[in-house]
Design a protein around this ligand. Structure first.
Ligand code: MG
Length: 427
């Protein structure tokens, strides 16, 4: 038996704004950051690593929120915490006082996500498995126990979830073998940052196509003439065989979104992402109706599973973009994968940032093995920076994520990187 003894936290910030990596219409100067957590135990085994991705200022607030949860876990037996992560999730999320700060969204909820993910990292490391294979080895009943259905049953009951998971039982092994052999499709946003000039856009777009990516994404929404010109440059650079998605990062009002997308005059767009406020379900639904057949995508700022439920019920998104650190960790993302499967909507996760590719690939690979059972129309975002700071950096080859094989959730940052980019005092 071992015991959880401490949270070690770090405010880690990379100065990405100096190169305009990550620049878009709403976020012109992001410093990609992580509110980083290591859960320490009193045995000789591995620690559990998790984090919340932020883009700079406020990362200290996020770290403070993570620290607030330390008292709920320190002193508890590791085996009992890891043995019932559904119950652990509910205890963290339903703390009657902290819940006031959400409920179930925002800084406190994301802090719970870092803790929950660190616990899954610990469990996967103790099992000697990558998280996606650990999750894929759980029974439908064990997976359903991880999800809080209180606010979901009008759209997804535990029985619905069991039916989805049992339907996917046959073929789990075959799909696992396919992933190990062929990996999981990726698309890249690397060429499309708004701060890049036309020559850099053209060069990076051509390189992406040559590397084997079947889709790229461009940031839009600052200036319509610029967007039309950049879209034409990208189209020329990648040819007709590569899809192009656009991402407005919440820049528009609802009417403006419809007008702008129509003015791009490209019905072949792979999707339009975050056209307006991420909380505006009905606005997204109207945009989706009026820009059809172009699909609408959202999710990287979706506060949690209750928002996901409403977006799906309203047919407001045709592509759900789960994010590894926006919600309360692995358990809540399993709920969102189940909701997407229930509504027959494809999931193409948001990634990039700090460690988001490393983390979210486990959820997508678990999804294809044990939830949706399909790769149809699915791909994970890929951006090629900051991977070198992680213990298990993603490997993307020929436009596909190779299945990770190391034990854990992919969330462990290298100690020298933490030391080099930490601001403030470690605790
Ligand atoms: Mg986006």
């Amino acid at each position: 038996m071992s015991t959880i003894t401490a949270f070690r936290t770090h405010d880690v910030r990379f100065p990405t704004s100096t190169l305009l990596d990550g620049s878009d219409a709403m976020n012109p100067d992001p410093d990609y950051s992580a509110a980083y957590l290591r859960i320490v135990t009193d045995d000789d085994g591995p620690d559990g690593h998790g984090f919340v991705f932020t883009i700079g200022r406020g990362n200290d607030v996020q770290v403070a929120a993570v620290r607030l949860l330390e008292g709920m876990l320190v002193g508890r037996e590791v085996e009992s915490v890891l043995g019932d992560l559904g119950e652990t999730w509910r205890r963290l999320v339903h703390d009657s006082q902290l819940r006031w700060l959400g409920p179930e969204k925002g800084v406190m909820h994301m802090a719970i996500g870092a803790v929950v993910t660190a616990l899954w990292d610990l469990r996967a490391k103790r099992a000697g498995l990558p998280l996606w294979l650990l999750l894929s080895s759980l029974s439908p009943e064990e997976l359903v126990d991880l999800v809080d259905f209180r606010y979901l049953t009008d759209a997804l009951t535990p029985q619905d979830a069991l039916d989805i998971l049992r339907t996917a039982l046959p073929g789990r092994e075959e799909r696992t073998a396919t992933l190990l052999r062929e990996g999981y499709p990726a698309y890249t946003t690397t060429p499309g940052w708004l701060g890049y000039d036309d020559a850099k856009l053209e060069r990076l777009a051509a390189e992406a196509a040559a590397e084997g990516f079947r889709q790229i994404k461009l940031k839009v929404g600052s200036d319509l003439a610029d967007d039309r010109r950049r879209l034409a440059i990208a189209r020329r650079a990648v040819g007709d065989g590569v899809a192009i998605a656009v991402d407005a990062n919440q820049r528009w009002g609802v009417d403006e979104a419809v007008e702008w997308v129509r003015a791009l005059e490209d019905p072949t767009l792979a999707w339009v992402e975050e056209p307006t406020s991420p909380d505006d379900v009905l606005g997204h639904a109207r945009i989706a109706r009026e820009v059809a057949p172009i699909p609408v995508a959202s999710g990287e700022h979706m506060g949690g599973r209750v928002m996901a439920k409403q977006f799906l019920q309203a047919d407001a998104v045709q592509v759900l973009q789960i994010d590894a650190t926006r919600v309360a960790g692995v358990n809540e993302n399993i709920a969102m994968l189940l909701l997407a499967a229930r509504f027959g909507v494809r999931v193409c996760p948001h990634a990039g940032g700090v460690g988001l590719c490393e983390a979210v690939q486990h959820l997508s690979m678990f999804d294809v093995v044990a939830v949706s059972g399909t790769l149809e129309g699915r791909m994970i975002e890929y951006v090629d920076h900051l991977h070198e700071h992680f213990a298990e950096p993603v490997v993307v080859r020929g436009g596909r994520y190779l299945a990770p094989s190391g034990p854990g959730a992919g969330t462990e940052m290298l100690a020298p990187s933490i030391a080099a980019y930490e601001v403030g005092t470690p605790r």
